[in-house]
Design a protein around this ligand. Structure first.
Ligand code: BEZ
Length: 193
């Protein structure tokens, strides 16, 4: 599948006619929503784990030195915690563009802290996209993140921001926290304000 997923995503019509749709954020969306939203709530989805397995050559790296950002991988019984945003359907055009490097919209049920749930959209980059890097030793992933930088800034800023946001949510993620510790071993500990 080519890097650019905009056209595929725009063919998704499941929520056509809806006035608002939930979007599940599990990466930078947890701490940086650069779009208007109607509501925002901590949420989780079932059957997925967050992994730094997606390559980023357009945001947190370059074509020659890609960074690593998160995607979700199927994991029976696992819960992925993040932040859900209630948005108008027009916001998806912006998100499709921002996440065009391999992420596809998927309809999913999301669960809120008050016990309620609703169906919405999550963006997932599967192993079929060209930018997918896949699993690697966590030390090697952290080494790559320590040095990569792209138009959106240092890759380390993305990892440290995500780790901090998960701590603030009270939802520790062993993979993210292990990478954060390895990053510290490489001397990268500072999240710039
Ligand atoms: C997120 O930050 O949750 C996100 C990750 C990948 C694609 C879109 C959003």
């Amino acid at each position: 599948m080519s890097h650019n997923t905009i056209a595929i995503n725009q063919r998704m019509n499941k929520f056509d006619g809806h006035k608002s749709v939930w979007l599940f954020g599990y990466g930078s969306l947890i701490f940086k929503a650069d779009f208007p939203y109607l509501d925002r709530r901590p949420a989780h989805i079932g059957g997925w784990s967050r992994r730094f397995w997606q390559g980023s050559h357009d945001h947190r790296g370059t074509e020659t030195a890609p960074g690593r950002v998160v995607t979700l991988v199927p994991d029976a019984g696992a819960l992925c915690h993040g932040m859900a945003y209630l948005v108008t359907p027009e916001e998806f055009a912006h998100l499709d563009h921002r996440e065009k490097n391999g992420y596809l919209r998927l309809a999913t049920e999301m669960h809120f802290d008050d016990g309620s749930s609703d169906e919405g959209i999550v963006y997932i980059a599967t192993h079929e996209n060209e930018a997918y890097l896949g699993p690697a030793d966590e030390i090697d992933i952290a080494r790559q993140i320590a040095t990569a930088r792209g138009p959106s800034g240092p890759n380390s800023e993305y990892l440290l921001g995500l780790a901090q946001a998960l701590r603030e949510l009270g939802k520790p993620d062993p993979h993210v926290f292990a990478l954060e510790r390895h990053l510290a071993d490489f001397g990268v500990t500072q999240l710039r304000a």
